[in-house]
Design a protein around this ligand. Sequence first.
Ligand code: SAH
Length: 258
Amino acid sequence: MSEKQFEQIRLVLVNTTHPGNIGAAARAMKNMGLSQLYLVDPKDYPAEKAIWRAASAVDVLDKAVVVSTLDEAIADCGLVVGTSARERRIPWPLLTPRECGERCWSEAATHPVAIIFGREDRGLTNEELHKCNYHVHIPANPEYSSLNISAALQVICYEIRMAFLTEKEGKALHFDDWDVPPADNKALEHYYEHLEDTLEKLKFLDPDNPRQTVTRLRRLFNRIRMDQMELSILRGMLTSIQNYIYYAEQNDSKGSEK
Ligand code: SAH
């Protein structure tokens, strides 16, 4: 069911400054058959300029969902991909635009998928990029690799369309079959909070120290694409560990009262 697949893919623009870019993004999406636009705290929106640049894609703008945080935009997504104009300090699993198109298209058959685009001047923050399962980089001229945001979005949406057309022509895309749906981003965020809290209680993590360990743990778990059942097993383990610590502390304090 390809119509449904297009609707399961959302393009998320974070803190966009120029409304013209939002309009151009809406047009780029509609040209490629996509329609789910999410705007996280846009600087200047709604705006006339967005409407001009959208041309015949005003319908995409009209139903764009404006939210105040990235977490809201991706909460129910089972796959989250972040776009980046450059390499970051901690490397993350990376897709080419073609692999990104194929993966987003095939996963959209079963769950919502988000592709995130950053601010015109400084892209996505590390914290935002660390919420992603994959990053995608358009291999542009290394001397000037930063595309205009709507041009970058056009390339990514084109690759999604190519994946759709390949499937339509009967060249099946190969992806693993799985028995349980993937954990969505909201569930993952809860898990990371639970994990961090537990590791602090265990004194494994020092809350005052730099959080590179947490970033590395996020990368580990985002890389393996946990399903809902696996995540709930891990949550159950964390709860048991926390209960154990709690009772151990109770016993300790009883012991010291004696
Ligand atoms: N100076 C910023 C550039 C941001 S460009 C930086 O270095 O991060 C604005 C947005 O366009 C980026 O956040 C990303 O979403 C997209 N973009 C631009 N060039 C890209 C590229 N080569 N590959 C993937 N996304 C790109």
